[in-house]
Design a protein around this ligand. Sequence first.
Ligand code: FJE
Ligand code: FE
Length: 291
Amino acid sequence: MTVASRSITKSVLSKEQAEGAGARVRRSIGRPELRNHDPFLMLDEFNVDKNGGFPDHPHRGFETVTYMLEGQFQHEDFAGHKGTIGPGDLQWMTAGRGIVHSEMPVKSQTRAHGLQLWINLPREHKMCEPQYQELLDGQIPRANPEEGVVVKVIAGESHGVKSQVYTRTPTMYLDFKVAKNKTVTQTIPKSYTGFIYMLKGTAFIGDKEFEGKTHHTLTFSEDGAETVKITTKDEDAHFVFIAGEPLKEPIVQHGPFVMNTTEDIYKTFVDYQYNQNGFERAKNWKSSIAA
Ligand code: FJE
Ligand code: FE
């Protein structure tokens, strides 16, 4: 018996664009062709040199998930939470009712390269207390379904290996390294939407072997199939596999604030301006890491 795989509905190349303060990003989800990928709001592959970064800025109503690929990145927030993440490390930040922070490369580094995913929060969690889940590369479990296939399980489950990350919005986030000439299948819940973002090499996805190349996003069909078949040919491939349960709630986004109604966005502007309802510590705060 053959099990049908999800197929690919879109393939979109992410070109570099300017973002933040002198940073460069390849925007995947969130670019005009890839809006409305509920529950995901944005995926950026960022490249920052020592002069760039994302100085002091707020968030409310969603989560930011930063996964480093190369170099070192520092962060500091208005509650004094501070740290550095390096290659393979993860910061899963639930902004909830409010975070103000700065995200900057370590100055001695030539380049910091990674991914930042924005996951929307369901109505009942938008105003939750902020939370960090931080994992070093070595603390992230790996599945090794066969020789030449390594799956880092950042969130969710792959081949019997489960992540301990708590997801308020049910999410799977997997980092696949697949050697050439392999076929691997990944199970995915029926109701999830999802996509692959290619970091390196070429992979062929679905029964029809739709070709995925570097810096392309491939979105999955929403047909309830519970597997995704991935094949490599004459090249190794590195990609992330991201999927989640759509929230099916109204989205009103204003930059770094994502709520359900315009009224709640208006309240957010007031809260941020008057340092209240989660933004108390923003009063007179300045990070020490943003030059
Ligand atoms: C933001 C502009 C921004 N992509 N990738 C407007 F640049 C940002 C922002 C980021 C960001 C941060 C990192 Cl570390 C990586 C990113 C955009 O901080 F939040 C708004 N509103
Ligand atoms: Fe941020």
